[in-house]
Design a protein around this ligand. Structure first.
Ligand code: SAH
Length: 351
């Protein structure tokens, strides 16, 4: 039995079933055995691929978006370029390479990476060393004197969420306890208090992420105070909805989220309508919610593909496959959504 499974089982024996959000936090961030804390499996040899790991085009286009965003801010001569949850640092490396078209932008930026995982922080520091990034543990530690452009790709999906299940005409919290054999098992917990959940048929699941909501609101407040933009990209829905989206990935396979605590990536789909509302509650303006396909098409992925393919004809077929993976509706194009939060008065490019 893994040490984390043993500790979670002990915790449940001592204190009773835990919420899905508590379970997720332990599995991802436990200092000794959490997935991100100790063995994040990003990239081809790992557990899952993100858009920047699929293709350099993704980060390059985000880099060009950031340059346009900086110009929309009046091209300030100092600003914070912030990435939240930068993974292996690949997106930012590609973005900063593309941003060489704007030397003034490169001179003006101060690179700040917000990352919880010590393993990934070390890799980011190596890959982005030429830009001497500052690494922070949490968004609350960001300096607050300069305007900012913040990028968050596939970060909100790994913030913990709670699940509620409709049972016998009432909502109950989904909890994780132990079955008779001592294995982790889902069960029904108490009725939620202080939450306004809609009516639904028995068996329906609804998810809420106070962590996602709080982060979007904090970003909104920061943007209202400091000026600038936040670009949020993730998989999820553009309106509130029902359904169980709790997912575990291990070596590119979906696995039972209770099977390997600490060994799989755990995620939820993000409710972008909630992020937009929360950002506005914090004081920012929210853009319309776009699909990733539409966003990358507006940023010129077709032209970028053409010029890369012309420069390396032997790789043309691979590049085309990568671009399709990012934008095709039946691949990442529709499932992934994009939202920009802006300080009042600023209009985000491409929305
Ligand atoms: N943005 C990268 C990595 C996505 S994986 C990419 O697109 O490839 C999720 C990233 O968020 C990891 O770097 C993970 O360690 C980080 N992360 C998870 N929870 C976080 C939190 N609460 N605060 C900051 N970073 C977090």
């Amino acid at each position: 039995m893994s040490s984390l499974l043993a500790r979670i089982s002990d915790l449940i024996r001592a204190e009773g079933p835990i919420t899905v959000a508590q379970y997720m936090t332990l599995c991802l961030h436990d200092r000794q055995a959490g997935y991100y804390a100790t063995r994040p499996g990003l990239g081809a040899g790992g557990d899952f691929l993100t858009a920047p790991e699929v293709s350099q085009m993704f980060g390059e286009l985000i880099g060009l978006w950031a340059v346009a965003a900086w110009r929309a801010m009046g091209a300030p001569d100092r600003f914070l370029l912030v990435e939240l949850g930068p993974g292996r640092g690949v997106l930012m490396e590609d973005a900063l390479r593309a941003a060489r078209v704007a030397p003034d932008f490169l001179r003006a930026l101060r690179l700040v990476l917000v990352e919880t995982s010590p393993v990934l922080r070390a890799e980011q520091a190596r890959r982005l060393a030429p830009f001497t990034p500052q690494s922070l543990d949490r968004i609350g530690e960001l300096p607050d004197a300069l305007p900012l452009i913040l990028i968050a790709n596939e970060v909100f999906d790994c913030l913990p969420a709670r699940q509620f299940v409709r049972h016998a005409g009432a909502w109950r919290e989904q909890v994780i306890g132990l079955d008779e054999a001592g294995n982790l098992a889902f069960g029904l917990g108490p009725a939620p208090r202080g939450l306004d959940l809609p009516e639904a048929a028995d068996g329906t699941v609804i998810e809420q992420s106070p962590a996602q909501t709080a982060l979007a609101e904090a970003l909104g407040a920061r943007l209202a105070g400091q000026g600038g933009f936040a670009l949020i990209i993730d998989y999820g829905r553009d309106r509130p909805g029902f359904g169980d989206t709790f997912q575990a990935l291990h070596q590119f396979e979906k696995v039972d989220p209770l099977a390997r605590p600490g060994e799989a990536d755990l995620t939820f789909h993000v409710d972008f309508s909630d992020l937009a509302r929360s950002g506005v509650a914090g004081g920012a303006t929210a853009s319309p919610i776009l699909t990733q396909g539409t966003f990358l098409t507006r940023l010129g992925i077709a032209a970028r593909l053409q010029s890369l393919a012309a420069a390396q004809p032997a790789k043309a077929a691979t590049l085309l496959r990568q671009a399709e993976r990012l934008v095709a509706p039946d691949q990442m194009g529709d499932l992934f959504k994009v939202l920009a939060l802006s300080s009042p008065g600023l209009a985000p490019p491409a929305f």
